[in-house]
Structures are given as structure tokens and as C-alpha cells.
Design a protein around this ligand. Structure first.
Ligand code: FMN
Length: 130
């Protein structure tokens, strides 16, 4: 939204010309939808890979230098790197990391205070990292 309170419609892009849609820039909603869609796709890749015995690691570190990544991958305008995925056959089989208990993650009807569960998780994680 511009300072006037109205949504600003900007110059057409290749996609908008193809579809006849208006271009509305600068909305958090667009960034969220695109990033969530990407994460959904990536999680399907992760599940498919793990079902075939592969391991994966998301790499958000590619956002440390988005311009270099964009240049390397020849990303077109309006396309941005969200994360990478390393994918391969694991050389080691490490212990499963501690997990927060389900009741700290899955809520029914309303959110609850999980500070004790989180504190216990932090202790378990410290032990794991040792
Ligand atoms: C969006 C995202 C970005 C991540 N970026 C990195 C990263 O740059 N480097 C890294 O070593 N791990 C990265 N991870 C992996 C996490 O550090 C962590 O190992 C993983 O999410 C937890 O999964 P696990 O508990 O099954 O190991 C990333 C994870 C996510 C979800």
C-alpha cells in the first residue's frame, strides 16, 4: 500500500502481460505466499528423498548473500532464493535430535504457556550437543 492508503499498481511484468493481471508490488502477503509455497514443495522433496534413503539439510544460509546466489543461478527478476536443500546419502547416522513434546507444538482451541516444556527441551538439547 502506498502512503495514500491505496494499493499501487505498477508497470507490467512479463507474467502480468501474459496473463493480463495487474502488478501490485510491495505486499507482505505476496512474499508470504511465495515463501510458504516454496517450503511446502521443499518439504515434499524432503519426505520423498527420505523415503528413498537419502538425507537432506535445508540451507537458509544462501540468504546470507542473495545477490551472489541470484547471479549464480541466473534467477530472473522477481525471483528470490528462499533456501537451498543439500541432498545425498548420509555418511553418518546421528542420533535423532531432542524434540519438543507434541503438546508444546500442537494446540487445541487456544495457545498455552510452554515455558517449562521449552526449558526441559533446552536442557535436553544441551546434553545432545555435548
Ligand atoms: C528454512 C531452514 C533453513 C536452514 N538453514 C540451515 C543452514 O543454513 N545450515 C544448516 O546447517 N542447517 C540449516 N537448517 C537445518 C536446521 O539447522 C536443523 O538442522 C533442522 O531444521 C532440524 O531438523 P532435524 O531436527 O531433523 O535435524 C535449516 C532448516 C530450515 C528449516
Amino acid at each position: 500500500m502506498g502512503t495514500s492508503g491505496f494499493i499501487e499498481i505498477e508497470a507490467p511484468t512479463e507474467d502480468s502481460e501474459r496473463t493480463g493481471a495487474n502488478v501490485v508490488r510491495g505486499m507482505t502477503e505476496q512474499l508470504l505466499v511465495a515463501s510458504v509455497d516454496t517450503a511446502l514443495m521443499a518439504q515434499n522433496v524432503a519426505i520423498a528423498a527420505e523415503s528413498e534413503g537419502l538425507g537432506i539439510c535445508y540451507i537458509g544460509g544462501i540468504r546470507n548473500n542473495p545477490q551472489a546466489i541470484s547471479d549464480l543461478l541466473h534467477l530472473p527478476e522477481h525471483v528470490y532464493p528462499v533456501f537451498g536443500i543439500c541432498l545425498g546419502y548420509p555418511a553418518a547416522d546421528p542420533n535423532v535430535k531432542p524434540r519438543l513434546p507434541v503438546e508444546a507444538i500442537l494446540k487445541e482451541d487456544y495457545y498455552t504457556d510452554d515455558s517449562e516444556l521449552v526449558a526441559a527441551f533446552d536442557d535436553a538439547m544441551q546434553d545432545y550437543l555435548q
